[in-house]
Write a protein that binds this ligand. Structure first.
Ligand code: NDP
Length: 429
């Protein structure tokens, strides 16, 4: 389950880590060379990805280990600027792997497109017209993107919603079209379809088109990860397994009830999700927007995950959120590091990537809550924070380790202390 090549992975140098991945046959020699080179995007590629390109902005890509998901092991690429995220994900995944790993459940991969109408003169007439033209609406949507239909996907369901007037807004009539986007995230596919059906819908309803675009509230593309952890694996320091389980359940209940806590609880989940979404070349704003909307689906913003007691006394966790990520499309196919991430994961489909990402979110949540209800979050965090402070103070090479280690012993860990520790190290050597 856990590769022997990966023992004490975090203590290895970058070169040793790459070699361990190579020895474990997780990556091929071409990828090892790619990692040594620290490749940047070519200027030509960068210039074609966005407008007004000036330079590039780098972030570290690391690997989280020990993920056992639906009986498969995964080495998960994560891109983040935040210390501790990858360590926490790996450590939680290790415990959960010992408990049998993550189990995932995925809905179909459908995106919703919206055509919004205003000033509809007769709502009842418009709804009747729309209902009797569902097939024609679907046909026109599919005619606008025949290649997705040829691949086995396309628009397959139409729904209508009326958004009643409020003191700040008039009544809107909204046509929802569900589109099976197969291996893509689907934004462009859906937008093309919605723009293509807009005038037909306008003619049917005698209303005025306000806009035609996909919704990022991807409630037809949901991913769930669950895990069940026995008390023996929850024991931590002076805390018994039972104490950790009960405290985690209370932490989960608190995040369900209090939006101030739920926001931070969900931020911790997104620490893992965003990092993998980014590493695989996906649109993390789309995932963020959908996740937070889903967290507010009851009318109150709540936690995305739930931790509870299983019938046999184990701790049971589950996380559900919309995960409309792509395996193809957008910049995924042209970004060399996104391509590397797919090879590192050794995934073959968007669904498999969804399973990995939702599991990373649950692992991250478990790690954060376990730390919060036991030793506190700062202990782990400050270790890496100390290294950042040491570097900010001007330390390099072996000075970083010395300054970081000494900083962790101080009551006030700040830049001033880091500078003075660095100065005394320089005087000693
Ligand atoms: P693309 O426009 O790149 O479309 C994906 C293309 O991949 C399809 O058109 C299809 O082309 C091709 N393809 C090849 N194999 C498959 C397969 N098996 N399944 C599905 N498609 C396949 O990307 P998306 O439509 O996914 O849009 C994603 C991009 O849109 C992201 O970059 C996102 O940032 C951006 N975006 C997001 C918005 C939002 O979230 N609100 C709004 C606008 C843009 P073919 O069949 O012709 O070969």
């Amino acid at each position: 389950m856990t590769h022997s090549h990966f023992s004490e992975f975090y203590k290895k140098t970058k070169v040793e880590r790459i070699k361990a991945l190579l020895d474990a046959k997780v990556i091929q020699i071409e990828d090892a060379l790619l990692l040594f080179e620290n490749p940047a995007l070519s200027d030509q590629l960068a210039d074609n990805m966005i407008e007004n390109q000036l330079t590039q902005y780098s972030l570290p890509l690391g690997v989280a280990l020990h993920f056992l998901i639906d009986n498969q092991t995964y080495q998960v690429p994560m891109v983040t600027e935040e210390p501790s995220v990858i360590a926490a994900a790996s450590s939680a995944a290790k415990v959960i792997a010992q408990a049998g790993g993550f189990k995932t459940h995925l809905s179909e991969r459908k995106m919703i497109g919206q055509v919004a109408l205003k000033d509809v003169p007769n709502l009842a007439f418009a709804l009747e017209e729309l209902a009797s033209h569902k097939v024609a609406i679907l046909e026109k949507a599919n005619d606008a993107h025949p290649s997705i239909v040829k691949r086995g996907g396309g628009a397959d369901k139409v729904e209508f919603r009326t958004i009643p007037a409020t003191e700040h807004s008039p009544t809107f009539l909204v046509v929802h079209v569900h589109v099976n986007v197969l291996e893509a995230m689907g934004a462009n596919i859906v937008n093309t379809m919605m723009e293509a059906i807009a005038s037909f819908i306008e003619n049917l309803t005698h209303g005025k088109i306000l806009m035609s675009i996909l919704s990022n509230y991807a409630t037809e593309c949901l991913a769930t990860a669950t895990c069940q952890i026995p008390l023996s694996l929850l024991k931590r320091g002076e805390y018994s397994g039972e104490e950790v389980r009960d405290a985690l359940i209370e932490a989960s209940q608190f995040a369900y009830a209090d939006p101030y806590r739920a926001t931070t609880h969900n931020k911790g989940i997104m620490n893992g999700i965003d990092a993998t979404v980014l590493a695989t070349g996906n649109d993390w704003r789309a995932i963020e927007a959908g996740a937070h909307a889903y967290a507010a689906k009851s009318g109150q913003y709540r936690s995305l995950s739930v931790w509870e007691k299983a019938d046999n006394g184990d701790l049971k966790g589950s996380l559900t959120l919309p995960l409309p990520i792509g395996f193809v499309g957008g910049s995924i196919g042209i970004h060399p590091t996104a391509q590397f991430s797919q090879r590192l994961l050794s995934i073959k489909s968007a669904k498999e990537l969804e399973s990995v990402i939702v599991s990373v979110g649950l692992a991250q949540n478990f790690a954060a809550l376990r730390a919060l209800v036991t030793e506190g979050i700062q202990k782990g965090h400050m270790g890496l924070q100390a290294r950042s402070l040491a570097i900010s103070a001007g330390a390099s090479g072996n000075e970083i380790e010395y300054v970081a280690t000494e900083l962790k012993k101080q009551t006030h860990m700040n830049l001033e202390t880091a500078v003075s520790l660095l100065n005394s190290f320089k005087q000693m050597n």
